[in-house]
Design a protein around this ligand. Structure first.
Ligand SMILES: [Zn+2]
Length: 303
């Protein structure tokens, strides 16, 4: 399949008010003027990424679907409400293809909820759910019918057996969570990575449950994969340079906080004083960067 037909999705479609809202921040996305209101993006949209690969955006969250000769692979149902629309969009885009599998990028509820809605709506309620093995026990114990545990798991990497078009999952190690799966569509040069990297945005709040230095290793793992286009769980698509910027950000955050600790600053003092002006234009910098400092401070001192 040719990569040149689609190339990269135009950047910037999702910037502006939507991008500013990020996950779970609620009302940040309110339009500030009538003009902004007119430009408010629709609540969802399906965007071609490459041949047979689409991003489904629902508010501030992105899922992915991949068409193969045998059927469709859906990644991250997002929510029960999103999943119903997601399924409609898949149908409208690929037609009556069978559903081959639902993949979880990781088990967080704001990305993984809704698989049963997708499976039922696409006519295959028993289509396998695939996720990293570390997602299995927590989801079994949670016993949430809206977020069922995976039927198929793997440890390091796997190729989805349902499809003759290679779709690879690989686990980058503990980072934002301990159960991340990067989805790679090698013949399209597309990778989908969620929450441990995002488009020119600082980390989520005080990095709850994040792993260090696994976070750096995970980004390096992603950069070791052969892709040209990156689709994030939040925000617009980009290319490898955006992932390289994420690596630099977390390296710079680490260095700045380590220096603050070495200088004897308390966590409160570090959150007050540490700044990384180079990232001041990034998403959520004002709100979340001081929280990132706190999170990194704890990661470096509480072990
Ligand atoms: Zn997450």
């Amino acid at each position: 399949m040719s990569r040149s037909t689609f190339g990269r999705v135009p950047l910037g479609i999702l910037c502006g008010t939507l991008w500013a809202c990020g996950p779970q921040t609620g009302g940040d996305a309110q339009p500030e003027s009538a003009q902004d209101a007119a430009e408010e993006p629709p609540p969802f949209e399906t965007t071609p990424v490459a041949e047979g690969v689409w991003r489904f955006r629902w508010q501030a969250h992105n899922g992915l679907f991949v068409s193969t000769p045998e059927g469709t692979i859906v990644v991250d149902p997002i929510s029960t409400e999103a999943a119903a629309t997601f399924a409609e969009q898949v149908r409208a885009t690929v037609g009556e293809q069978p559903l081959l599998a639902v993949v979880y990028s990781h088990r967080d509820a704001d990305h993984a909820t809704g698989a049963q809605v997708i499976r039922t709506a696409l006519g295959r309620p028993d289509a396998p759910i695939v996720a990293h093995e570390n997602a299995l026990e927590p989801l079994r114990q949670a016993a949430d019918p809206d977020l069922p545990p995976p039927d198929v798991t793997y440890r390091d990497e796997m190729v989805l057996a349902e499809s003759s078009r290679p779709v690879r999952l690989s686990h980058p190690g503990p980072s934002h969570s301990d159960d991340q799966s990067i989805v790679l569509v090698p013949d399209a040069g597309v990778a989908f990575a969620v929450d441990f990297v995002a488009m020119d945005r600082v980390g989520y709040r005080d990095l709850p449950g994040w792993h260090w230095p696994g976070q750096l290793a995970a980004i390096r793992h992603l950069l070791g994969l052969d892709f040209e286009t990156i689709v994030f769980g939040h925000g617009p698509n980009s290319d490898r340079s955006a992932v390289e910027r994420q690596l630099r950000y977390y390296e710079d955050l680490h260095q700045a906080v380590a220096e603050a600790i070495a200088d004897g600053l308390s966590e409160d003092e570090a959150a007050e004083e540490v700044r990384l002006d180079a990232y001041a234009s990034w998403g959520q910098y004002e709100e979340w960067f001081p929280m990132n400092v706190r999170g990194m401070y704890r990661l470096l001192t509480e072990r």
